[in-house]
Design a protein around this ligand. Structure first.
Ligand code: PBG
Length: 331
C-alpha cells in the first residue's frame, strides 16, 4: 500500500467536522447489535435491585413481560434470561434444571407471549441449580464431571427449547456439549433452535456480580478453573472455537469482553461464523463505579466500549447497558 507523507497527508483533515467523521467512520453501533441479559426471580410484582450491579434488577415473571416489550420498542433484537433459583430447589443433581415448569421456562413463555418478535436466549449450564454453585455435576473431590454433565445439559436445552427459547447458549465449557445438544435438538424436531456457544469462556474475576444476581456466588466451592479457560491463553481459544463450530454452533461467544478483544479479533479473522462478546457483570460494575466516582462520563464510556467490540469484529454484544445504549443511539 502506498500512502502520501506529510503535508500531503494530514489525517486530521477528515476529523475537522462531524459530517466528515460520520462519512469515514469504519464501524457503526446500532441497537440491533445488542443482546440484553435479564435476571428472573420468583414472586409476584417484584423488582429486586442487585447491590453489586447498580441499575440492574431481578424481575418476577409477570414484570418481565414489560422488559421484553421495552426491548422491542428500543429495537433490541434479543434478550438473554438468567434465573435466580430458590435455594431450596438447588440440589447436588441440579434436577430443577430439567423441570419443564421451572422459573426459566415460565419466564421464556411469558416473554414470548408478550413480545413474540423479540428473540429469547437461555443459558445452558447447571450453576443456578446446583447446591455447590458449579456448572455441572461434581464427584467426591469436587471435580466437575464432563460427560455426565453434558448429558444433563442436553436435557436442559431440550426443556428450554420446548418452552420456546430461540437460542440456547451453553456457558458451561464441558467438552463435546455443543455436538450433543445439536443432536438432541435435531432428534426432538427443534431444527431451527440456534446454538450460541460460549466458546472461549475464561475463568474470570469479572463474574462476581452475576453470581450475586443468580444466587450462586455464596454457594460456590472452589473456582471454575478446571473447566473455564486460563486467561493467559489465546491460541487455545481458537481450538475451542473450531471445535464448537465443527459440533454445530451457529454463533460463538468470547467472554468476558473488553479484556479479551484480542481474542475476538483473532476469532473474527480466522472463522466465518458470527462472533459475539459478553460485556460481563464486572465490566458493567466497573463502568458504573467509574461514573459514580466522577472518573468518566457514563454515556460516553458505554458507547465507546460497545463501539470497540464492533471494531474488534463482533456481530453483537451481550451487555447490561443495552437499554441505555439503545436510547443513546436514538432508537
Ligand atoms: C454461568 C454463567 C456465568 C455468566 C454467564 N453464565 C458465570 C460463571 O460462569 O460463573 C457470567 C455473566 C456475567 O458475569 O455477567 N454459567
Amino acid at each position: 500500500m502506498t500512502s502520501a507523507a506529510f503535508p500531503a497527508a494530514r489525517l486530521r483533515r477528515t476529523r475537522v467536522s462531524a459530517w466528515s467523521r460520520a462519512l469515514v467512520r469504519e464501524t457503526q453501533l446500532a441497537p440491533t447489535d445488542l443482546i440484553w441479559p435479564l435476571f428472573v426471580a420468583e414472586g409476584q410484582d417484584q423488582e429486586e435491585p442487585i447491590g453489586t450491579l447498580p441499575g440492574v434488577s431481578r424481575w418476577s415473571v409477570d414484570r418481565l413481560a414489560a422488559r421484553a416489550r421495552e426491548a422491542r420498542d428500543l429495537g433490541i433484537p434479543c434478550i438473554a434470561l438468567f434465573p435466580n433459583t430458590p435455594r431450596a430447589l438447588r440440589t447436588e443433581d441440579a434436577r430443577e434444571a430439567l423441570n419443564p415448569d421451572n422459573l426459566i421456562c415460565r419466564a421464556v413463555k411469558a416473554v414470548k407471549d408478550a413480545a413474540p418478535e423479540v428473540g429469547v436466549l437461555t443459558d445452558v449450564a447447571l450453576d443456578p441449580y446446583t447446591a455447590h454453585g458449579h456448572d455441572g455435576i461434581v464427584d467426591a473431590r469436587n471435580y466437575v464431571l464432563n460427560d455426565e454433565t453434558s448429558r444433563l445439559l442436553v436435557q436442559q436445552a431440550l426443556v428450554q427449547a420446548a418452552a420456546g427459547a430461540d437460542i440456547v447458549a451453553p456457558s458451561d465449557m464441558m467438552d463435546g456439549r455443543v455436538g450433543a445438544i445439536r443432536q438432541g435438538l435435531e432428534a426432538a424436531g427443534h431444527v431451527n433452535v440456534q446454538i450460541m456457544a460460549y466458546a472461549a469462556k475464561y475463568a474470570s474475576a469479572f463474574y462476581g456480580p452475576f453470581r450475586d444476581a443468580v444466587g450462586s456466588g455464596g454457594l460456590l466451592k472452589g473456582d471454575k478453573k478446571s473447566y473455564q479457560m486460563d486467561p493467559a491463553n489465546g491460541r487455545e481459544a481458537l481450538r475451542e472455537v473450531a471445535l464448537d463450530i465443527a459440533e454445530g454452533a451457529d454463533h460463538v461467544m468470547v467472554k468476558p469482553g473488553l479484556p479479551y478483544l484480542d481474542i475476538v479479533a483473532r476469532v473474527r479473522d480466522r472463522f466465518d461464523v458470527p462472533v459475539f462478546a459478553y460485556q460481563v457483570s464486572g465490566e458493567y460494575a466497573m463502568i458504573e463505579a467509574a461514573a459514580a466516582a466522577g472518573a468518566g462520563d457514563r454515556d460516553a464510556l458505554v458507547l465507546e466500549t460497545l463501539t470497540a467490540f464492533k471494531r474488534a469484529g463482533c456481530a453483537g454484544i451481550l451487555t447490561y447497558h443495552a437499554p441505555l445504549a439503545a436510547r443513546l443511539l436514538g432508537a
